[in-house]
Design a protein around this ligand. Sequence first.
Ligand code: SF4
Length: 183
Amino acid sequence: MQKENDKIATQLKNELKKNFPELESVYSNTDIFVFEEKVKLLCFHCAHYNEKWTCPPRIPNLNYEKIIKEDYRNALIVFVKMKIEDENFEEVRRMTTNVIHKSLLHLEKILYDSDIPTKISFIGGSCKLCKNGCALNKCRNPYQARIPLEATGCNLIESFKKVGIKIEFPVKNYLYRYGVILW
Ligand code: SF4
């Protein structure tokens, strides 16, 4: 079984290289993910709390730790680094989230076509698919919209440290975004 999952991970990595050469990826099992209530508390203090259909408190009240670590066993972490210039921070925020989002949906399609229909991905940063902000009454793109990994209570810093990815604050010259696809 592990051989099969290694093969799938290599296929996803190759797809990523071909279609999104600016992105990097790391394959891991899902034991690395660390969940903490305090991460959810930080969401409450976000300027955009209760604005997005895919962020707290609007996401389903599920046991994300169990889902991510037990229902799924394989994770491909996908990340991007983009330079922040004067005045372009908002644009870089949007672009980094959207490229991660787009690449993960692309990888989901590969898994779906490979008879893994239960695949799921979590993006980095809040969903920015709609240019003019989130819809008022209902998500406009429920099939494409995805939940940010941090919104599940996952501590990305502690989780990714385990696979050699170091996330540092404060954000200085570069903005990094991290997402994950699970199967
Ligand atoms: S797809 Fe649009 S409406 Fe749905 S969560 Fe994303 S930004 Fe909001």
